[in-house]
Design a protein around this ligand. Sequence first.
Ligand code: 2IT
Length: 445
Amino acid sequence: MMRTDAILAELQMKHPGEKEYLQAVKEVLVSIEDVYNEHPEFRRASIIERLVEPERIFIFRVPWMDDYGDIQVNLGYRVQFNNAIGPYKGGIRFHPSVNLSILKFLGFEQTFKNALTSLPMGGAKGGSDFAPRGKSEAEIMRFCQAFILELWRNIGPDTDVPAGDIGVGGREIGYMYGMYKKLARENTGTFTGKGLEYGGSILRPEATGFGALYFVQQMLGAKGIDIEGKTIALSGFGNVAWGAATKAVELGAKVITISGPDGYVYDPDGIEGEKIDYLLELRNTGNDIVEPYVEEFPSATFYAERRPWEQPADIVIPCATQNELDEADAAGIMYNKTLCIAEASNMGCTAEAAELFVEHKALFAPGKAVNAGGVATSGLEMTQNAMHLSWSAAEVDARLHQIMSNIHQQCVEHGQEGDYINYVKGANIAGFMKVARAMMAQGIV
Ligand code: 2IT
């Protein structure tokens, strides 16, 4: 039998205070308990005890000079979580909240997410407590270069392939890749999310949001519901929210909210067309606030320090960060008879919120399934780099669509409980079984 409680208690002792990591591990262990117990060979090989610990972690000092000539020091990390099914793969996050717990939770989630994509990628995550807000272009470049000056020896096209995450977009990838190339003296595409001119894949910036909407379409489709004409509450205003809004409008839905650390914007006329383009402008200011939206588009209202979940919507898609939707939000969402809740952020819902949704048999899916289109398209970028060619948008989009349908299918297969689809369980079991089988085949390593 799997000793879920004992394993969690041991982890808590070993890693006290790592609350996001422990939260992510608990969710997976509870989901997979039954299938694990059907495989005594997993127990004999201590699959769980091995799977919950990262294979290795690099932590390093990142010194850099700011525009005043002062020396700043940040912490850099790379958590190489699991490479049973392929080279380590996962994003880099630059945000003042970054710590080991957050990167371990993200690396753990990434391992199962990447398994779900059906592409050969292991799980990793990295980043720094560096705060991009208010930094100049030159400071961003110097920081990215300093970060890579230390990390470059530990990554490579067949060992570990980083990408973007919160605070890391095309600009930062460009600076990191530039420095990496100079040090490694090779040009084989060790990063994904690169610019189109130097090996990037078309549609990678849109992919997480597009994939999330394809997944939502599948969830609704399984219930015989059409997305056309539905209202959508999104959080965030970064890359994921932008891609999700773009695809939502294309599919005939109406996006009514976006949000930032300062509060949220409600636009009853719908966020579409030039308003979506404006999100990019808002991001480029580097101030990390959404309030200026209402000066630009007076049909909208700004609510300071509140969350978009209080606005009734047919579909709710958290696109910002972990634990951004809590139990009280979830209760309100259920009260509003929301049709579908899909996490596009990693672990966007607190454990209590997610449990409430599943308990009430709400149509709810976790980040590792919903947002897997981002890393899947990163996998397609790696493929194109290895083949030294680039595919058309139509080709990448068709593959992304296919991958998201396949993930939905895996969730249905492993998560069906009577007439309810438990997507949390389905995604966790499908991802786990693939990683566990790969680990079994490769012996005790
Ligand atoms: O959370 C994620 O899946 C990402 N930040 C993207 C990772 C990737 O390697 O494209």
